[in-house]
Design a protein around this ligand. Structure first.
Ligand code: SAM
Length: 341
């Protein structure tokens, strides 16, 4: 839809006025930074691709600034998931004046299951074209990385929203995180997040928004990323296995990959099994993690699985207690700086 085709909403108070009217102060613990410029909220929505007649679920709508742009593109239906009930009045006001159904859900997106949220007629086979469903959100930074990991796992298992098929996501992240998600091989940004995102999705880093466009202004800039689930993931193995191997290899980002592979196994067998794994995967031990393709990671994962099939206890072995999905830091600095000793 071109800008001239956007539907005009009935007159509504500006977002700035709504925030003042309902005395909403941005809450630090919810990482609330509001995007005030409608040209930027429209650009985020445009980045998702055509949304006319689609079902759109927005996460973290806040006072409804991106929601307004979503509505202007005339989707069939909009659903918003917001944790902070202080936004009820401004979102209800928007729902009343919206020409398309706007449904408000108050809850935590981290635990929200979208398996029944959309119309059944939109369920598609995985190999089929993407269903007319979009997930859009200017996520809080402290939620966005753990959430995308959780959602990638759901993509890999075709659960949650991905029960409907290859549902597309258009989300914001701290700019450096967005760069890492899309980072190609051989770049300094390449890290485990790059492999995890790119194994299951086509990742498009669309554009950046300077921190000064938000109120209050965050310390960092923001990157808008579109993710389209792949018909065939490069590595067709369980998410947790891929995550474990990739995390271990990137634990020593600047060293040869053999260092990271060693920590997949207990000390007495470490040297022998890491050599066996590299040999089976046809990878030179001196390759550095950021020089490995996703297919090469796939060969490593398969070799690891073969070893674990012979001795299942190795699968349970953890060099350092494993990070749960929630523990993915916003910006995984460990990968770039402090390697494990
Ligand atoms: N969409 C608005 C915008 O772009 O200006 C607000 C964005 S603000 C960065 C993030 C929003 O996500 C806030 O409204 C916050 O209350 C909400 N939020 C934070 N954590 C959440 C969670 N776990 N589930 C749902 N919403 C959450």
């Amino acid at each position: 839809m071109s800008t001239s085709q956007l539907v005009r909403l009935p007159p509504l108070p500006s977002i700035r006025d709504l925030i003042k009217l309902y005395k909403i102060r941005a809450m630090k613990e919810l990482s609330q930074n509001f995007l005030m410029d409608p040209r930027l909220t429209s650009r985020i929505v445009r980045s998702a691709g055509p949304t006319k007649d689609c079902e759109v679920c927005e996460v973290g709508p806040g006072p409804g600034n991106i929601t307004r742009s979503i509505i202007q593109n005339m989707p069939a239906r909009v659903l918003v998931i917001e944790k902070d009930k202080r936004f009820i009045p401004s979102l209800e006001l928007l729902a009343e004046s919206s020409p398309v159904p706007l449904e408000l859900i108050f809850g935590d997106v981290m635990n929200f299951n979208m398996e029944k949220l959309f119309h059944e007629e939109h369920v598609r086979d995985w190999e089929d074209i993407c269903p007319p469903i979009h997930l859009i959100g200017n996520l809080p930074f402290n939620v966005s990385t753990p959430l995308i990991i959780r959602w990638l796992k759901a993509v890999s298992e075709k659960k949650n929203a991905w029960r409907y098929g290859r549902v597309r996501m258009t989300l914001t992240f701290q700019k450096e995180v967005a760069e890492r998600m899309a980072a190609p091989i051989m770049t300094k940004e390449r890290c485990r997040l790059s492999i995890m995102c790119q194994n299951w999705c086509r990742v498009e880093h669309k554009f950046n928004i300077p921190g000064r466009a938000f109120l209050p202004k965050p310390e960092v800039d923001v990157g808008v990323v579109r993710l389209v689930p792949l018909r065939n993931p490069v590595i067709q193995l369980p998410f947790d296995v891929v995550e474990k191997v990739v995390r271990s290899v990137f634990s020593y980002r600047q060293k040869y990959c053999v260092r990271g592979i060693e920590i997949l196994f207990p000390k007495p067998v470490r040297e022998e099994l890491s050599k066996e794994m590299l040999k089976a995967a046809c990878i030179e031990p001196e390759t550095r993690p950021f020089q490995l393709t996703i297919s090469e990671f796939g060969r490593l994962c398969n070799a690891y699985m073969d070893i674990c099939n012979k001795k299942p206890d190795y699968m349970k072995y953890n060099y350092r207690s494993s990070k749960s999905l929630e523990e993915w830091p916003i910006l995984d600095d460990m990968e770039l700086t402090n390697e494990l000793d």
